[in-house]
Design a protein around this ligand. Structure first.
Ligand code: 13P
Length: 288
């Protein structure tokens, strides 16, 4: 059964660890993440961007695949199925399709419009028992064609959105999606601290988890981050393992071209990345 992310994130915030959101693209991704979470007894959030939802032929397909897989694999750890960076329309579609969590990314709207739309979604999510993530201050980098500058959120605006009753809040603190450039200045802990002080118990979300140095991840968790999103890193490890398999000519040996064989090293590589992140975030054993 899919669950809202509320309880797992409140526990994480109180226990000073973070739950990973790992974005999915297909069956192999979903299987690798679910099996790793179950093996390590960790709660987990499966992230679906609007682009990935479209790629997987629509949100209903995603819900069917995830629910079916959880049943067949006997997954008992808490799993939330979450729309990543949703538009208002995307949120509505995911609510209807049976997601257990959504993110409304209103960061590109003027704050009043972000407040207005978030308020409506808070009401709907409360009725449905779903969790809702809001964003203030756009996260930089490129994700699914959406390009953000990587700003630092205004802590007062964060408080305004947090007070609407959202479940978790993503605040821009200089983080960006994808690989970090060599001249990246690092996370703004000053902003994070200020947001944390004003928003109290609110679980904070760190996007762009790929490539943030371990000490910065740990410091962010100590300052109130309870959810960390990782996407690119799984893509990179999947691609590297698949490249190695083909470069070694394994697809040309015997039945090495069988997709079940061809995609196996990449799937194992995703498992290893997810495990590494769960260790770093401190979520292992928290679902026991
Ligand atoms: P990365 O791709 O940088 O890991 O970011 C993931 C993310 O924040 C998804 O919303």
């Amino acid at each position: 059964m899919l669950v809202s992310a509320k309880e797992m994130l409140q526990k994480a915030k109180a226990g000073k660890y973070a739950v990973g959101q790992f974005n999915i693209n297909n069956l192999e991704w979903t299987k690798a993440i679910l099996l790793t979470a179950q093996e390590l007894k960790s709660p987990v959030i499966l992230g679906v961007s609007e682009g990935a939802g479209k790629y997987m032929t629509g949100y209903k397909t995603v819900v069917g695949m995830v629910k079916g897989m959880m049943e067949e694999l006997k997954i008992t750890v808490p799993v939330a199925l979450h729309l990543d960076h949703g538009s208002y329309e995307g949120c509505m579609k995911c609510i209807e399709a049976g997601f257990s969590s959504i993110m409304f990314d209103g960061s590109h709207f003027p704050i009043d419009e972000n407040v207005e739309k978030t308020t409506e979604l808070v009401k709907i999510c409360a009725e449905k028992g779903m969790s809702l993530e809001a964003e203030v201050g756009s996260i930089g980098g490129e994700e699914d064609g959406v390009i953000g500058k990587g700003e630092c959120a205004d802590p007062q605006e964060c408080k305004k959105i947090a007070d609407l009753g959202v479940t978790m809040l993503a605040a821009g603190i200089g983080n960006i999606h994808g690989k970090y450039p060599a001249n990246w200045e690092g996370l703004s802990f000053e902003t994070l601290q200020a947001v944390s002080e004003l928003t109290g118990d609110m679980p904070l979300v760190l996007h762009g988890g790929t490539g943030i140095p371990e000490d910065q991840i740990k410091k962010a968790i100590s300052l109130g981050v309870a959810k960390i999103n990782v996407n690119t890193e799984c893509q990179l490890s999947f691609a590297a393992a698949t490249r190695k398999y083909i470069e070694e000519g394994k697809d040309l040996q015997g039945k090495g071209f069988d997709p079940r064989k061809l995609l196996a090293p990449g799937t194992e590589a995703i498992k290893a990345t997810v495990k590494e992140k769960m260790e770093l975030f401190g979520s292992i054993g928290k679902a026991e």
